[in-house]
Design a protein around this ligand. Structure first.
Ligand code: UDP
Ligand code: MG
Length: 317
């Protein structure tokens, strides 16, 4: 087998009924690349069904497949990161894909075409989602997309679509990040200059259930917001300033009314209001300032690389 230039990374968690078809379709779609060399890295994320033994038996007879076995379930993104770590050193392009056949393997060659054009990240956009996913799986995703776009400042049409392609350098940049919880599509875009998107198919899940319930999505959203922005911390200062200004306004209003000779029929309740809210506002502001410091500590301990050199150009003789 030629040493691989294309690596496909697939996280697998209890996908036994899908794996056989997945492998058949992958082989079919990748056969045009046999000469260039390709490999598939499947990371078994602590499956409780027969996924692992099935994968092992495929790997026994097909050298294109490499199987990584986790000792327990670590989650989709941890699995993909581990897959990244294992890609062949000869690899130039890395594709990620879900194992549940919702992302058609037949679309992989189109991603590779874009990567070969020089794009560093190629994102898939699921166009046919509306019919194929349940309402309850769709609207939280819409919300996730919206909030993520607002808080991370990284504009992607479809954050959840895992059918994506990356150049090796972007993958290496992601690997140099030490953080424990991460979200690969967003992380990738923070390291790429040229990004493009292509429409990809989206089939209903063939077998098994989505591993993401509402709760897991909420957790994911927290990962995203806290992982890529300190916006929530800055919000605290904003709230503090708002409350302070409001209560100051109230205080001034009360003072003017008293100076103009209007009697205070409330025994100073409103004055107390103004005072309490002023203190509350200052407290929030204090929290916000603390937050700013914590945010800086956070980005420091995350040890994300500050910059990544792609090339050093100098005169060659
Ligand atoms: N997955 C994983 N570990 C997990 C959850 C999911 O490796 O803890 C894999 C799963 O096998 C699939 C992919 O991640 O290949 C996406 O999962 P799923 O289809 O359940 O997510 P959805 O399509 O609903 O976003
Ligand atoms: Mg799925």
């Amino acid at each position: 087998m030629a040493s691989p230039t294309i690596s496909i990374v697939i996280p697998v968690f209890n996908e036994e009924p899908n794996l056989h078809t997945l492998w058949e379709r992958l082989r079919q779609s990748m056969s045009p690349f046999d000469a260039e060399g390709w490999e598939v890295i499947m990371v078994d994320d602590g499956s409780k069904d027969q996924s692992l033994s099935l994968l092992k038996s495929i790997a026994q007879r097909d050298e294109h497949l490499i199987v990584i076995e986790f000792n327990r379930n670590y989650g989709q993104h941890a699995a993909i990161m581990q897959g990244f770590q294992t890609v062949a050193s000869s690899t130039q392009y890395v594709i990620t894909l879900d194992a549940d056949l919702q992302n058609p393997p037949e679309d992989i060659p189109r991603l590779i075409t874009e990567l070969k054009k020089g794009y560093e990240v190629v994102g898939g956009v699921r166009r046919t989602r509306a019919q194929n996913d349940s309402f309850w799986r769709r609207w939280p995703s819409k919300l996730v997309n919206y909030v993520t776009r607002k808080t991370t400042g990284v504009a992607l049409t479809d954050y959840g679509c895992m059918l994506r392609g990356y150049t090796k350098s972007v993958v290496e940049a992601m690997l140099s990040c030490d953080e424990k919880s991460t979200f690969i599509p967003v992380l990738a875009n923070t390291f790429a200059k040229s990004i493009t998107e292509v429409d990809v198919g989206h089939a209903p899940r063939l077998h098994g259930d989505s591993k993401y319930g509402l709760l897991a999505l909420i957790r994911l959203q927290f990962d995203l917001t806290t992982g890529f922005s300190t916006f929530p911390l800055q919000m605290l200062s904003g709230i503090g300033i708002l409350i302070s200004v409001g209560s100051l306004g109230l205080g001034i209003y009360l003072l003017i009314m008293r100076l103009l000779g209007f009697p205070d029929n409330t025994n100073g309740v409103f004055t107390l209001f103004a005072l309490v809210f002023l203190i509350l506002g200052i407290l929030f502001l204090g929290l916000g300032i603390l937050g700013e410091y914590i945010g800086r500590i956070y980005s420091q301990v995350r040890v994300r690389p500050r910059s990544i050199v792609k090339h050093i150009h100098r005169k060659t003789n």
